[in-house]
Design a protein around this ligand. Sequence first.
Ligand SMILES: NC(=O)C1=CN([C@@H]2O[C@H](COP(=O)(O)OP(=O)(O)OC[C@H]3O[C@@H](n4cnc5c(N)ncnc54)[C@H](OP(=O)(O)O)[C@@H]3O)[C@@H](O)[C@H]2O)C=CC1
Ligand SMILES: O=C(O)[C@@H]1CCC=N1
Length: 295
Amino acid sequence: MSASEPSLSVNAGISKLKLTFFGAGSMAEAIARGLLERGLTLPGQISMINRHNQDRLKELHDRYHVITPSTEEAKQQSLEEADIIFLAMKPKDAQDALLQLKHFVQPRQLVVSLIAGLSIRTIEQLLEARIPVVRTMPNTSSTIGLGATGICYSDSVDGQLRTLSEEIFQSVGITAIVEEEKLLDAVTGVSGSGPAYIYYLMEAMIDAGKKLGLDDESARTLTIQTVLGAANMVKSTGEEPAELRRKVTSPNGTTQAAIELLNSHHVSEAIGKAIFRSAERAAELGAMIEGGSKG
Ligand SMILES: NC(=O)C1=CN([C@@H]2O[C@H](COP(=O)(O)OP(=O)(O)OC[C@H]3O[C@@H](n4cnc5c(N)ncnc54)[C@H](OP(=O)(O)O)[C@@H]3O)[C@@H](O)[C@H]2O)C=CC1
Ligand SMILES: O=C(O)[C@@H]1CCC=N1
């Protein structure tokens, strides 16, 4: 395979490619569901394999009608026949899985990793192959087409494969190409783990609303609409969050009182530290896989 030759027949489009999710958890489901719901491919083109959770495979098959090979032979065949293999297991399981995969992986295939921290170099070393690798950091909002995915390419990913990879993740949300691989850890801190920070905030808002006397449903719907509205305001108006916040904050009013309380607890600083810690943890997980430890 020469570097300028596309390894897959990408011209035919995603729908013609066999996609195998090696790991059948939340993130694999988010992307598979996004691709299916956007009509980018058909269930018969998607295989999802895991280690031993048969109930999970049945659930995925019943829900999406995707192929869920369960015998070792069928799993192996699915990995061998795939055009694109998505690495979708937890970092602690990545080393074992890649050592298994190295026996089946083919130079014509594209490997797309979703694994936090795992470097392209480690993937190539464990697979003992110079195979095109796309390292990504998506998030679970891909499930509803509102994902945010950071993408980085190994040198052997040519222009057509780059376009194809971007198309896959753009079909489930927005993408940001990261030239410097290390910055995927920053993407992990901001948007990979990001939905959890927002859910954390929402949990607190709903809880406080209920404690103030709102019924469960009102506390929930008011919180959801507030988060949706705020995100859309930033997006639609193009204004900075700080400016939009200023417009909510009347002098000596309720918002000022609330923000003063948040500032006295150093909440902004804590959020910044949390994002740094997530990025740092991604690097730690990558180093552990590289060093052969399970973390
Ligand atoms: N969840 C998220 O928000 C995000 C996750 N990621 C990354 O995605 C990856 C997957 O995360 P997530 O979906 O949450 O994880 P889950 O725990 O939900 O799923 C992991 C899956 O991997 C399978 N698995 C583990 N080892 C093997 C193996 N040797 N062979 C085959 N399958 C295996 C598990 O199978 P079984 O259950 O049978 O053991 C399970 O189906 C992680 O590396 C994470 O860093 C990235 C961005 C966001
Ligand atoms: O928590 C994790 O490790 C994964 C990676 C980014 C979001 N979830």
